[in-house]
Design a protein around this ligand. Structure first.
Ligand SMILES: Cc1ncc(C[n+]2csc(CCOP(=O)(O)OP(=O)(O)O)c2C)c(N)n1
Ligand SMILES: [Mg+2]
Length: 190
């Protein structure tokens, strides 16, 4: 499935979830959900899920959805155990599995598409983990992604994105995104 189609389906259903995109999901998400409550993890490979964990623990009443890269998660695999141990009930960790480091030039990640993040997440102690291979399957899984008790990992099988952070216009600086999210969360929760 195209990552942009996956993100559009999530954007249509996400409600007031906080989203944490990274790598090639970042420019796509900016275009699809420009007014969204989101904080982009830029440059810091493997940091998106830790950022999402912090947000999920700080705001247990909100759903937090991380859009991770497969190469990024591989670089910080220990975060799976940290997340499982912290048991954030409101965290959904989506891994965009394209088999490459697309942002840095599409070099193959270690193991390529053989790496099984579902088994790794279960082994680390996530409450639930499964793979989603096409858009129809994603549509059927959206209620689980948005509502099932976490921590939940979903391995999304995707093609390459249309843009990368290297080809797309830059988004707002990180500190400005954080301040925007903080201000939005200070308003009463409807
Ligand atoms: C520690 C570290 N090494 C290398 C880089 C350079 N780098 C930036 S993005 C990227 C690839 C990210 O790949 P992935 O997480 O699979 O996301 P994709 O671009 O495929 O969406 C790399 C290697 C970096 N930012 N940090
Ligand atoms: Mg990748």
């Amino acid at each position: 499935m195209k990552p942009e189609d996956a993100l559009r389906a999530i954007a249509a259903a996400r409600g007031d979830a906080i989203c944490v995109p990274t790598m090639t999901t970042a420019p796509a998400w900016r275009a699809i959900a420009p007014e969204d409550l989101s904080v982009t993890c830029v440059g810091f490979m493997g940091g998106a899920s830790a950022l999402g964990l912090g947000l999920a623990l700080a705001r247990p009443e909100r759903r937090v959805i991380v859009f991770d890269g497969d190469g990024s998660l591989l670089m910080q695999l220990g975060s799976l155990a940290t997340i499982a141990g912290a048991r954030p009930r409101n965290l959904a960790h989506l891994v965009f599995k394209n088999g490459v480091y697309h942002t840095s030039g599409s070099q193959e990640i270690p193991g390529g598409l053989i790496v099984d993040f579902v088994t790794m997440a279960k082994g680390a102690g996530y409450r639930e983990a499964y793979a989603v291979r096409d858009l129809g399957e994603l549509q059927r899984c959206l209620p689980s992604i948005l509502g099932e008790e976490g921590p939940l990992l979903v391995e999304l099988w995707t093609t390459l994105a249309e843009q990368t952070p290297m080809t797309a216009p830059r988004g707002a600086p990180f500190h400005a995104q954080v301040e925007g999210l903080r201000q939005a969360l200070l308003k009463p929760h409807l």
